[in-house]
Design a protein around this ligand. Sequence first.
Ligand SMILES: [Zn+2]
Length: 277
Amino acid sequence: MVSPLVRVMRAFTWIIHEPAVAKQMVVRWARLRAQYGLNPLVIHANYPVNLAGGNPEFHTKSIAAFRGEVERALALRAEFLVLHPGSFLGSSREEGLQRAALAIEQAVDGLDLAAGNLRILIGNTAGSEFSLGGNFEQIAELLYLLSDFVPAGACIDTCHTHVAGYDIVSEAGFAETLDQLERTIGLKQVYVWHCNDAKAARGSKLDRHQHIGKGSIGLEPFRRLLNDPRLTVTAFIAETPIDEPLDDLANVNTLKRLVADAKALPGGKRRSPASTL
Ligand SMILES: [Zn+2]
């Protein structure tokens, strides 16, 4: 039986020693990206990376692993790299935030993200006890700490927002939650939304994604989100479960229909369809 810690350390070994992206792979990727109209390209950092943790060995490996993620994202010409700020277990939340900001600064040292048009997005989390990023204020604070040395922004996950306790289900709650987002992070700083329904209840802190419209969030909040005229620079991505083959396609099509339905209404919104769905 392999302990969870050993498994994570093995995963690190894999991530750190992952070779640089081969040139022919970059060329092939660019061709496929153009063929499928994938724009923007958003990469999610590997989960073992924890830049907020206090364990020195873990921390050093996390920085090296995240640097590798940034290098590969630059090689693949990605626009965004999504990162969860990590767990501050063993220290205070404030120390965790400071540590995460410093670790990101160290990881990108000498890499020109601005020239590569790459932005690091801090993802909000479900708000479990020691995880950073369970509320918008923490993300805003981290973005403030990062603002001088790396292009950064936020990626907001609907499931995480809902189970962290925010109301995005009722019409009034949705409006208030977006207002809170505007007052803290700023809607223009939210470059990507992860559209996931939730298996667990609002406020449960349980991160379990569900198919769009089949969970405790339901369809309407996604319709409001996708058609909000303030979210014009935003990409929407489904991170829903794949229980059966093609489930992902069905979820993306559900989201696309919510945009198409709104456009069909008199006075419907005129934003262009989300190309990364
Ligand atoms: Zn999640």
